[in-house]
Design a protein around this ligand. Structure first.
Ligand code: S3P
Length: 456
């Protein structure tokens, strides 16, 4: 069994995987409509980054609107385990006493990151240039996800980093290996990879430049800028020079458009709905769902546009309208990569055929989302054909049935909204991981009009 040396200590290369919590089922009664005004919780991507940059900044960072969900709390716990003082004085508020770029300490044990791919990939980059050793582990789903996409370019920068021979976690980093900036053409459209390399670049000698195909979410770049770190980005690239410092900030996290999506689509498909969503993050690298739904004929009105720090936000009003199937433009795929489970539900309720291509990344998310969605749609009698890189869905409404979300939070929430148009009850199994991104989902959905109950 291969091993790496940790300051004289040998770490056995074994896969330690914790099991998830007790299974939870969502039971949705058919019909209903979504009404009222609500705020979805803070953006997950931005919450992760605020903790990470706050932890390595000089001074005290305050975060407002932080997403208190399992994934982001895993990032927070990781930095506490590396000696950073972090307080949570009130819901959504976090105070971080920045340790500075060289102030993180070796954790006493491996860092367990639960279900959170963002934590593992971004931390791989941020920790690749530290002086101490660290091992990153995750739950059963995360332990199956590809990590070579970050370990390989980080090794090219000079890091001593490895994952399993299958390319999956744990990720093991041996500290004390100096990094050099690289120019890297991303072979896959992944903002997590781009972000990992930019975070490693903070510790590298010289320039790190990432060239991306298409447009990927740019929250890392925006937040580095907010923390006073010079970074150049836009038009398919991002670049920074290592060696600078970050200055603590006050960060307001906008609502998560990925969480808002379930409610947007629910209100689009359920007759009689009229829903206002406040404070939704509208970063143009994340708003693919709005562009796609509008092409399908959705009625989404922007009531007010404003800013939360470096990020654009808006209040939205959504009313139902007849949707039509479309061929989704491939350039929208990275702008809506997490939203396709819910968009597939809209497609199932639309007239005509919707075609998605160029989305093979969906197969390596918290589950194989193409496969799991196809199975779930078929269980509701929807005509859905899986493609290697997408799906073809012919609308016609949804019947009743039982779906296994396979522990994928976004699949559970997407099928919950299908209940608004279903012909009978829908049971969704293995929904416990909804807590990873949206712990208030059931309460907010039922307050807005979805007839949802849970059972364990
Ligand atoms: C994320 C980027 C996306 C997304 C994930 C969060 C991020 O992953 O699916 O939920 O915060 O950078 P990829 O960049 O790997 O597509």
């Amino acid at each position: 069994m291969p091993t790496i040396v940790n300051g004289g200590m040998w770490i056995q290369k074994q896969k330690r995987v914790k099991n998830s919590a007790m299974a939870e089922t969502f039971i949705i009664q058919p019909g209903g409509k979504l009404t009222g005004t609500l705020k979805v919780p803070g953006d997950k991507s931005i919450s992760h980054r605020a903790i990470m940059l706050g932890a390595i900044a000089e001074g005290t960072t305050k975060i407002y609107g932080f997403l208190e969900a399992e994934d982001t709390l895993a990032t927070l716990a990781a930095f506490k385990a590396m000696g950073v003082r972090i307080d949570r004085p009130a819901t959504g508020e976090v105070i971080i006493r920045g340790a500075g770029k060289r102030g993180l300490q070796e954790p006493a044990s491996e860092l367990y990151l639960g279900n959170s791919g963002t934590s593992m990939r971004l931390l791989s980059g941020l920790l690749a240039g530290q002086l101490f050793d660290v091992v990153l582990t995750g739950d059963a789903s995360l332990s199956r996800r590809p990590m070579q996409r970050v370990t390989e370019p980080l090794a090219t920068m000079g890091a001593k980093i490895e994952c399993d021979k299958e390319g999956t976690p744990p990720v093991r980093i041996q500290g004390g290996h100096p990094l050099k900036g690289i120019t890297y053409d991303l072979p896959i459209p992944s903002a997590q990879v781009k972000s990992a390399l930019l975070l490693a670049g903070l510790y590298a000698e010289g320039e790190t430049r990432i060239n991306e195909k298409g447009v990927l979410r740019d929250h890392t770049e925006r937040m580095l800028e907010a923390f006073g770190y010079p970074v150049e980005y836009g038009k398919g690239h991002a670049r920074l020079v290592g060696g600078g410092e970050l200055q603590a900030q006050s960060i307001t996290v906008p609502g998560d458009i990925s969480s808002a999506t379930f409610f947007i689509i629910g209100a689009c498909i359920a007759e009689g709905s009229d829903l206002i969503l406040e404070n939704v993050g509208m970063n143009p690298t994340r708003d693919g769902v709005i562009r796609i739904l509008r092409r399908m004929g959705a009625k989404i009105e922007i009531l007010r546009e404003y800013r939360a720090g470096n990020e654009p936000v808006a209040d939205l009003r959504i009313q139902p309208s007849p949707l039509k199937g479309i061929v989704i433009p491939e350039e929208y795929v990275p702008l809506a990569i997490d939203e396709f489970p819910a968009i597939f539900i809209a497609a199932a309720c639309a007239e005509g055929t919707t075609v998605l291509r160029g989305a093979s990344e969906m197969r390596v998310k918290e589950s194989d989302r193409i496969h799991v969605m196809q199975q779930g749609l078929a269980a509701l009698n929807v005509d859905a054909k899986a493609l290697p890189d997408g799906m073809v869905i012919t609308g016609g409404g949804v019947q009743s049935g039982t779906i296994d979300s396979q522990g994928d939070h976004r699949i559970a929430m997407a099928f919950a909204m299908a209940g608004l148009r279903a012909k009978g009850e829908i049971h969704i199994l293995n929904c416990e991981n909804v807590k990873t991104s949206f712990p208030e989902f059931v309460d907010l959905a039922s307050e807005s009009g979805l007839k949802i109950k849970t059972a364990s």
